[in-house]
Design a protein around this ligand. Structure first.
Ligand SMILES: [Zn+2]
Length: 368
């Protein structure tokens, strides 16, 4: 179907609308799967083309999948065609009468809507079951702290301030070790002769390590975001211009640290648990403001980890100070919300021309 559509597209002809049933004679294996699985693929292709015509920049033309990539199919539940036997650990799918033995993560109640079965490129199979339940909310914990401010950084993953004080969250260590192993496996894979058995083995090992790192990172991000949402009523973060930062050299460490994923987890969890999630304007100078007196240190450079406020002579740890400012936003303290906008995102070293400043006293010095 994709081939036909792409061909018509290239010739600038009308894109044909056909159904999978047409192909069953030519490709008898299509008769082995249930019709919903085929129907869903048809819908996906049609949506992909529709999206492309709507917005060519954002949605590229659909491509063929590679055999090595993740493979998946989705099928819908009709007349109990999909069931889970929790006691026996079996998943019943259309056309698979005996059921598939599964490792269940948790039991659930409600009506099964659809199942997506996928095989990752390291050869493991997963089934994601979509269930409709009356009460999708998880247990909501009373927040212990009114607000919290989170500063995301390169040195530490995050610096958090709430009613009880400030703390720093380190980048998870196992990710670092995992990445070393990843580089080794990558080297080993690229040295193997293409298409050989050893190359295939090395590819599998590499794919498994990729999966391990992705899972470990997601686990870390989920647990941290859940803990923060549980503890605080209002969560304030910076609106990070991830796209802009990625174009700079910081790209690797940012894409590794999973900031954008973390923010999206915080956002939807806040919604789930009835918390307020605030992303401040990215020109809010969270690092430059003295949280004590509100003085704005325009000369603060990216490498200044500590600075001393020339106005009130408080000594600041850069990240802690930033998170306190964000915390104050969460508490709704107007006196630290400045009207003046910083000209530059202070994480970008020499990113944009700086406003000339005559106040040399503001230059950061560590006078602790
Ligand atoms: Zn100050």
């Amino acid at each position: 179907m994709l081939d036909k559509k792409l061909e018509a597209y290239k010739k600038k002809e009308r894109i044909p609308q056909d159904t999978p049933a047409k192909y069953k004679d030519e490709f008898p294996f299509l008769k082995e799967v249930d019709s919903f699985a085929l129907c869903n693929v048809q819908l996906q292709i049609e949506k992909a083309f529709k999206d492309h015509f709507r917005n060519r920049k954002q949605f590229k033309l659909p491509k063929f999948k590679k055999k090595r990539d993740k493979q998946s199919y989705t099928t819908n539940n009709v007349h109990n065609s999909i069931r889970v036997d929790f006691e026996k650990g079996l998943l019943y799918l259309p056309k698979i009468r005996d059921g598939v033995s599964i490792e269940l993560h948790r039991a659930f109640e409600g009506k099964i809507k659809s199942v997506t079965v996928s095989r990752t490129n390291d050869g493991k199979y997963y089934a994601s079951i979509l269930v409709e339940t009356g009460n999708p909310r998880n247990k909501v914990v009373e927040p212990k702290s009114k607000a919290c401010g989170i500063d995301l950084g390169l040195e530490h993953f995050a610096t958090v301030t709430n009613d009880f004080g400030s703390y720093k969250v380190e980048h998870p260590k196992y990710l670092h070790h995992g990445e070393e192993r990843l580089r080794r496996l990558q080297r080993s894979f690229s040295k193997k002769q293409k298409g050989s058995k050893n190359s295939e083995k090395a590819r599998l090992r590499l794919a498994r390590q990729h999966t391990y790192i992705t899972n470990a990172r997601n686990d870390f991000l989920h647990k941290l975001s859940k803990a923060i949402i549980d503890e605080n009523q209002v969560v304030v973060v910076e609106d990070i211009n991830v796209k802009g930062l990625l174009q700079l050299r910081l790209a690797k460490s940012i894409s590794d640290s999973g900031w954008s994923k973390f923010l999206s987890y915080l956002k939807y969890k806040a919604e789930w648990y009835g918390r307020t999630f605030i992303q401040v304007d990215r020109f809010f100078p969270s690092s430059k403001l003295c949280h004590h007196c509100g003085y704005k240190n325009d000369d603060l450079a990216l490498h200044d980890r500590m600075w001393c406020c020339p106005a009130c002579s408080e000594t600041h740890d850069r990240d802690v100070n930033a998170s306190i400012n964000l915390y104050h936003v969460g508490l709704g303290r107007p006196e630290v919300t400045p009207v003046e906008q910083a000209l530059v995102d202070d994480r970008i070293p020499n990113g944009l021309p700086k406003k000339p400043s005559c106040d040399e006293a503001g230059r950061s010095t560590f006078c602790g």
